[in-house]
Design a protein around this ligand. Structure first.
Ligand SMILES: *[C@@H]1O[C@H](CO)[C@@H](O)[C@H](O)[C@H]1NC(C)=O
Ligand SMILES: *[C@@H]1O[C@H](CO)[C@@H](O)[C@H](O)[C@H]1NC(C)=O
Ligand SMILES: *[C@@H]1O[C@H](CO)[C@@H](O)[C@H](O)[C@H]1NC(C)=O
Ligand SMILES: *[C@@H]1O[C@H](CO)[C@@H](O)[C@H](O)[C@H]1NC(C)=O
Ligand SMILES: *[C@@H]1O[C@H](CO)[C@@H](O)[C@H](O)[C@H]1NC(C)=O
Ligand SMILES: *[C@@H]1O[C@H](CO)[C@@H](O)[C@H](O)[C@H]1NC(C)=O
Ligand SMILES: *[C@@H]1O[C@H](CO)[C@@H](O)[C@H](O)[C@H]1NC(C)=O
Ligand SMILES: *[C@@H]1O[C@H](CO)[C@@H](O)[C@H](O)[C@H]1NC(C)=O
Ligand SMILES: *[C@@H]1O[C@H](CO)[C@@H](O)[C@H](O)[C@H]1NC(C)=O
Ligand SMILES: *[C@@H]1O[C@H](CO)[C@@H](O)[C@H](O)[C@H]1NC(C)=O
Ligand SMILES: *[C@@H]1O[C@H](CO)[C@@H](O)[C@H](O)[C@H]1NC(C)=O
Length: 406
């Protein structure tokens, strides 16, 4: 009875201790004040084509500002600009931006405050007939590829919703070809005031320096019996920075079940190892909007390739001057021998985090810490308490044994 009581006391103590450790250890208190505006400074007679918009999200820090600009003029693009001023602003020369997206028709001023700039552009959706069932576009004959869907030619709709703390923008694009009449490609952008994660898998950890893009492709009529898809995206940045894709293992799959890896396309200054910006994702896509375990399918990235031209995005063409660097990458969905092709669910979704500085890393959560603490401490406590108990029993029986003689 005493052992049981002492043990449960220990248990309670360890739980409290573990929880405190978990919460204190993981807590990231950095916050930004997030605000959003649609088409900043646009006034008649300038009008944008129907469904096209420029969304500006400002994340105000104590010393700095993190600007995110999302635009679907041409291929959909997300531009991230970090300034060391709290008064930096986006200036758009709307007549020029609308007419030809000429260089410098969009600026973040004062330009001297800009510390880092980089854009991510979604350029194409590739479809191929996976006859050999390898789920690997790089091993697939070029003849098995269908003409790609060029996102710059899509017709878009755009909705902005602002929640108390977070900003969400949804863009959906359609195309006129027969196979796409019922289909759409959607991008959902979110920006955050502070640390957190989505409930929906892959539940990536985000913070105030990051934004998230969830992409989904649904109801497209596959052009082959074994159709699989890949998404091509390109990153535009300044010279003086170099990119690489790293794959790290992650110990904890609590938030993204069965996925123990995280991929990140990071950018750092030439000759320096410090990461300045990143695109981070987990190598998994889902076949349902609210997935369960069986709806997960692995995804793969191709090698980074250097490209000669900037992508056809109005935002990128209007903002970047000089000779920006462009790199491209494909993300392909599916795994070799997977009997489930796109036609099965006609839905695939994938999520990427775009942010500034070091990418967020999963650490052991409070729950895991409690489990480990309890797991290690309980046997120890039993041994100690048990030992003390036995020792007391021995002492008591000894003393009771001597009593009659005295
Ligand atoms: C703001 O900038 C100053 C000078 O660069 C620096 O000393 C200070 O720590 C910064 N404050 C914050 C909260 O980052
Ligand atoms: C639009 O751009 C074209 C060249 O791209 C130029 O010739 C024309 O003058 C511009 N129109 C306006 C209204 O700026
Ligand atoms: C911002 O950065 C520029 C250089 O990029 C520097 O000249 C300027 O002093 C910085 N301003 C502040 C307020 O730190
Ligand atoms: C299927 O695999 C064979 C042998 O590896 C290869 O020659 C052929 O090109 C592949 N077919 C396609 C469509 O990729
Ligand atoms: C705000 O967004 C969060 C996360 O997307 C969601 O959980 C919450 O219900 C939303 N709140 C409102 C008022 O829409
Ligand atoms: C935007 O909202 C309109 C009206 O509520 C809706 O018809 C449209 O489907 C929405 N578009 C997206 C991309 O969510
Ligand atoms: C599009 O949807 C309609 C109605 O559901 C269907 O009749 C038609 O066959 C579909 N078109 C294609 C190309 O799948
Ligand atoms: C976000 O960026 C700011 C400015 O670079 C930095 O001071 C802060 O520590 C970063 N916060 C996180 C959570 O990465
Ligand atoms: C798809 O499969 C059906 C029946 O299995 C066959 O008739 C058709 O030719 C196939 N289509 C292609 C493009 O391979
Ligand atoms: C990087 O290092 C190489 C050799 O160490 C040097 O030649 C080059 O100039 C450096 N580049 C920059 C931008 O510092
Ligand atoms: C993506 O894959 C397609 C098909 O293999 C290829 O033509 C294209 O060059 C790839 N794009 C990039 C950026 O690697």
């Amino acid at each position: 009875m005493a052992t049981f009581k002492a043990n449960s006391m220990c248990f309670v103590l360890f739980v409290v201790f573990g929880a405190a450790l978990g919460i204190l250890g993981n807590r990231d208190t950095f916050r930004r004040k997030v605000s959003v505006e649609l088409n900043p400074g646009l006034s008649p007679p300038s009008v944008l084509p129907a469904g096209v918009g420029l969304v500006h999200v400002r994340g105000l820090g104590l010393n700095d500002t993190l600007h995110f600009l999302l635009c679907n003029a041409g291929a959909p693009a997300l531009l991230m600009v970090h300034t060391n001023s709290t008064r930096s602003a986006v200036k758009v020369n709307w007549p020029e931006f609308i007419n030809s997206s000429s260089p410098s028709s969009l600026k973040v001023e004062p330009e001297s405050s800009v510390q880092y700039r980089s854009a991510l552009v979604f350029t194409r959706v590739w479809e191929y007939d996976d006859i050999n069932n390898t789920a690997d576009p790089q091993q697939t004959a070029q003849s098995s590829f269908y003409p790609p869907y060029e996102l710059q030619n899509f017709l878009w709709s755009l909705n902005v919703s602002v929640n108390q703390t977070d900003v969400t923008v949804t863009l959906c694009g359609r195309e006129k070809t027969e196979s796409f009449v019922n289909g759409s490609l959607c991008l959902q952008f979110s920006a955050f005031e502070s640390e957190g994660r989505d409930e929906v898998w892959p539940s990536l950890l985000h913070n105030a320096n990051s934004s998230q893009l969830r992409v989904w492709l649904h109801d497209v009529t596959p052009r082959g019996n074994g159709s699989r898809f890949a998404l091509e995206f390109q990153s535009v940045g300044e010279s003086g920075f170099e990119g690489r894709v790293d794959v790290h293992s992650s110990i904890d799959d609590e938030y993204t079940p069965s996925i123990f890896k995280v991929s990140q396309w990071v950018s750092s200054r030439v000759n320096s190892s410090g990461v300045v910006g990143y695109n981070q994702w987990k190598p998994v896509a889902y076949r349902k909007p609210r997935p369960v375990f069986e709806d997960a399918t692995p995804c793969k990235h191709s090698h980074l390739v250097s490209l000669n031209h900037i992508p056809r995005s109005g935002l990128v063409q209007a903002y970047f001057t000089g000779h920006p660097h462009t790199h491209g990458l494909n993300i392909s969905f599916g795994i070799a021998k997977d009997p489930v092709f796109y036609s099965n669910s006609k839905y695939i979704t994938w999520t990427v985090l775009v942010g500034l500085g070091e990418p967020p890393a999963d650490s052991f959560s409070a729950l895991i810490i409690i489990i480990i603490t309890v797991g290690l401490a309980t046997p120890l406590a039993i041994i100690i308490v048990g030992g003390v108990f036995v020792w007391i029993r021995k002492r008591m029986s000894h003393s009771s044994g001597y009593e009659p003689i005295n």
